[in-house]
Design a protein. Sequence first.
Length: 290
Amino acid sequence: MNAPIIDYGATPPLPELRLQQGEHLANYRRVYATSEQAAGRNDDIDLETFFAQCDTAGIVRTVIKARDVETTFGGRVRNEDVARICTEYPGRFIGFAGVDPNKGMVAVRELEHAVCDLGLRGLNLQCFENRLAIDDRRMYPLYAKCIELDIPVNIHTGVNFSLKSSPEFGRPDALDRVLCDFPELRVCASPPGWPWVMELLSVAWRHANLSIGLVAVRPRLLTTEHSGYGPLLQYGRTVLKDRIIWGSAWPMMPLERTIEEVRALPLPDDVQGGWLGGNALNFLRLDLDM
């Protein structure tokens, strides 16, 4: 019997979860056109069908993430909407807050409200959308608040495909500086750092509180020669085996296909189970009976 699966990142077909002002992400539609077509575009699938696909795949929880990019790109996925969706569909979702570090203390207060009053369980920072480096000092009050609230933070690492922002905002070496300054901070770096995969692996080896999200990346690329992802498989089945966390990024990629590609990787059964769910449970400190 397969262990429960946690999808660390998806966008279910609900209008409140879409970033309406998303013109800065237009190039993503070109890059992911083939896989999005295979997944079924968000417009073509209703929530009941999405839940049925999750059940068939064995997914017991899906992480959904708010985003605030108002000061840079004018858009937002509201914390209140993410919290309401988690409440309306109990046992389905785990909600992460999204705040804009460019808003200063307003963002810090919004994060506290999202966690303490709305019940969200982590912070989502897509730094390239905020046009800030991971170690920008405007991020630091939020990192401190995450430690105070005892919540994890999801941080986008690696290249982004927006032509309105810089790939440099995702450099993993900046994350190393943050973790040296905040050794208690629980972080999941996702996607897994390409083209700086080795750089991210070295940061994760240095810091035991850093996990790596295998999100928005086809797992089969880990065994594809010259893809740049090979070291992730080697370290992810050895010294970092407890810190690789799978996410589908649906509708960017099909649910079942990405899971089957993980299962096809040369991984021991216990490591495979960790990648698909066990590591996420530990990172999120999640009780499935909640």
